[in-house]
Design a protein around this ligand. Structure first.
Ligand code: NAP
Ligand code: GDD
Length: 338
């Protein structure tokens, strides 16, 4: 039986990866932080004798070293991070520590304990910075981080490559473009939109306030992406891979598609900070722009080229953009009783 450690096990990806690995017969060990109120909603349903939780924190090297020594994992998935780009501008130092520097603590824990482990680092399309002239972005596109989050992930990316080259470790980066699901955190734009629609339909919210509607993202379904994470560690040679859909949409298009799921056509009026979205049938204001959601520096266009993952891993996204929107809207409508 293979053993895996997952940091970030309570997060969107950590929860799906746990289910995926347990189904493959792994023993799964998750690192969790202590919270004053429970924060394990995404994994609370998992009742499996091969699933173990350990208290720790990525910023605490002792807890990482002890965990690695105790479990002696075959695979280590480093998913934990302060993962919100907008919030990283407000907590830049902590983001540098938790999202960047912490990766060296894991790599050193593996190296110093001489454990034969395959290591996966959750790298990100944010590394590219979304400069329109670089799209579509692939493994060879230059990096240009545009946030404290992306700058921290840049360190984590390169220290992973460095440990592969310097110590011959099986250390890999998955450079993942945005992936979403009904388990996505409520402060990321897709889930914020689908939750708001469910609340509006239930009469519990009037309208949805957003920031930059023009940003373009390559959105896929999180379940497809955790399979890709696993595939990256099943190769004979360690390497870095982009996982993406190869398709991009604006935030505005996501809003339109999500409202269409509940039979509402959005009619836009105005522009920039004054843009508003109305129900085409009733004229009710449903969407507006609040500049408080603008970021000090924006990533304008993410569009990934997943050709290498297709060729080497045999990985392709399965769920389309429209199917993803539908899955998310339907799940949130269910939460609000529809
Ligand atoms: P998420 O839902 O925000 O989950 C983040 C996880 O990290 C949570 O389990 C969180 O624990 C944990 N964590 C945060 N700080 C920690 C610390 N100091 N010590 C231990 N655990 C800590 O993120 P996600 O969407 O699943 O993404 C997983 C990883 O992939 C992240 O590294 C993210 O940056 C990266 N990524 C995500 C995407 C995407 O589109 N989802 C794309 C590219 C890369 P708590 O529950 O205790 O807060
Ligand atoms: N969160 C949020 N809230 N974003 C908004 C809003 C809003 O109200 N209005 C517009 N946006 C725009 C953001 O400015 C950004 O351009 C886009 O929507 C997507 O924002 P997020 O959903 O917060 O995701 P992200 O692209 O910044 O980061 C996510 O994907 C990265 C991979 O590209 C996170 O999961 C990162 O951890 C991940 O690395």
């Amino acid at each position: 039986m293979k053993k895996a450690i997952i940091t970030g096990v309570t997060g969107q990806d950590g929860s799906y990866l746990t289910e995926f690995l347990l189904a493959k017969g792994y023993e799964v060990h998750g690192l969790i932080r202590r919270h004053s109120t429970p924060c394990d909603d995404r994994i609370a349903h998992i009742n499996d004798a091969n699933f173990f939780l350990h208290y720790g924190d990525l910023t605490d090297s002792l807890s990482i070293t002890n965990l690695v020594r105790e479990v002696q994992p075959d695979e280590f998935y480093n998913l934990a991070a302060q993962s919100h780009v907008g919030i990283s501008f407000e907590v830049p130092e902590y983001t540098a520590e938790a999202t960047g520097v912490s990766t060296i603590k894991v790599l050193e824990a593996i190296r110093q304990n001489k454990i034969d482990t395959k290591f996966y680092q959750a790298s990100t399309s944010e590394l590219f910075g979304g400069l329109p002239e670089t799209a579509p972005q692939s493994e060879t596109t230059p990096f240009h981080p545009r946030s404290p989050y992306a700058a921290a992930k840049l360190y984590a990316y390169w220290i992973t490559v460095n440990y592969r080259e310097a110590y011959d470790m099986f250390a890999c980066n998955g450079i993942l473009f945005n992936h979403e699901s009904p388990r996505r955190g409520a402060d990321f734009v897709t889930r914020k939109i689908t939750l708001a629609i469910a609340k509006i339909m239930a009469g519990k919210q009037d309208k949805l306030s957003l920031g930059n509607l023009d940003a373009k993202r390559d959105w896929g379904y999180a379940k497809d992406y955790v399979e890709g994470q696993w595939l990256i560690l099943q190769q004979d040679k360690p390497d870095d891979f982009v996982l993406a859909t190869g398709e991009t949409h604006t935030v505005r298009e996501f809003v339109e598609a999500a409202f269409e799921e509940v039979g509402i056509k959005i009619e836009w009026r105005g522009a920039g900070a004054y843009e508003e979205g109305y129900c085409a049938k009733t004229g009710k204001l449903l969407v507006d722009v609040n500049p408080k959601y603008f970021r000090p520096a924006e990533v304008d266009l993410l569009l990934g080229d997943p050709a290498k993952a297709d060729r080497v891993l045999g990985w392709k996204r399965k769920v389309s953009f429209r199917e993803l929107v539908k899955i998310m809207v339907q799940a949130d409508l269910k939460i609000y009783g529809r």
